[in-house]
Design a protein around this ligand. Structure first.
Ligand SMILES: [Zn+2]
Length: 250
């Protein structure tokens, strides 16, 4: 066999192995909620999760107003998933984006009446000033504008009060959202495994030191009833989830 053919076949086998490894890794590391209503006992609000491959985005409503946390990859199946739950994409008025990765901002075109809120420090990723994934990947030009926020801003939408908490690390503008002072949405700031909080995965996190500081900051919040992650479900036991982070300087 010619040397060129041997090199070609070897490269093919290597790439196939890499792809299989990545698929298995994703399956093990990402464990989103199934699409459906989430059983949260709140007198005013209903919560829904939509699953798109490895990620969740969340819809919360007080019966009149509808908001979302992130908007997924943007697969067309998200429309039929929402229809099954009797949710209308056109009714979503505000979407709070945890960070500018494609699995969290890709669905923008499906929500024509929504205002998209993004932390100002993640615009550098969208406009290409700062490259994500070590220059390997360039973001497509964004058609839908973002309203930029900074740390500690407050938004009122119907019965829903959303406070922004800057939690940099995964990306410079990664943010968490505190809804009605007791529901915490953390995006890719952390993962949950066996009810405990861990950092997000290292090779897709831009600054691990900042991320750890961000998790410690969240650990000191009080009266949290539910902690939601974007890829690893949620917990209703915030105290246990954050126990180690509250005490230590990990
Ligand atoms: Zn993600």
């Amino acid at each position: 066999m010619e040397l060129g053919a041997i090199i070609g076949i070897s490269a093919g086998v290597f790439l196939l192995g890499l792809a299989i490894y990545f698929i298995l890794w994703q399956k093990k590391m990402f464990n989103p909620l199934p699409t459906g209503q989430i059983s949260v006992e709140d007198p005013q609000l209903q919560f829904y999760a939509i699953k798109e491959q490895s990620v969740n985005f969340f819809i919360i409503t007080d019966g009149l107003e509808y908001i979302m946390i992130d908007c997924g990859y943007g697969k067309s199946s998200l429309i039929s998933d929402m229809e099954k739950l009797k949710l209308d994409p056109k009714k979503i008025s505000h979407i709070f984006i945890t960070h500018a990765d494609l699995d969290h901002i890709g669905g923008r075109s499906f929500f024509p009446n929504a205002i998209f809120h993004l932390h100002e420090k993640d615009m550098q990723i969208i406009d290409g000033t700062t490259h994500r994934f070590k220059n390997v990947y360039k973001y497509p030009k964004v058609k839908h504008p973002f309203e930029l926020f900074s740390d500690g801003e407050n938004f009122e939408v119907g019965q829903m009060h959303v406070k922004t908490i800057a939690t940099p690390g995964h990306t410079p503008g990664s943010s968490s959202f505190l809804l009605n002072n007791c529901y915490l949405f953390t995006g890719d700031t952390l993962t949950l495994h066996n009810g405990e909080v861990h950092t997000f995965y290292k090779f897709i996190t831009m600054d691990m030191g900042s991320q750890k500081a961000s998790i410690r900051k969240l650990a000191h919040l009080e009266n949290i009833l539910f902690l939601f992650s974007a890829h690893t479900q949620f917990t209703a036991d915030f105290g246990r989830a954050m126990e180690k982070w509250k005490k230590s300087s990990m």
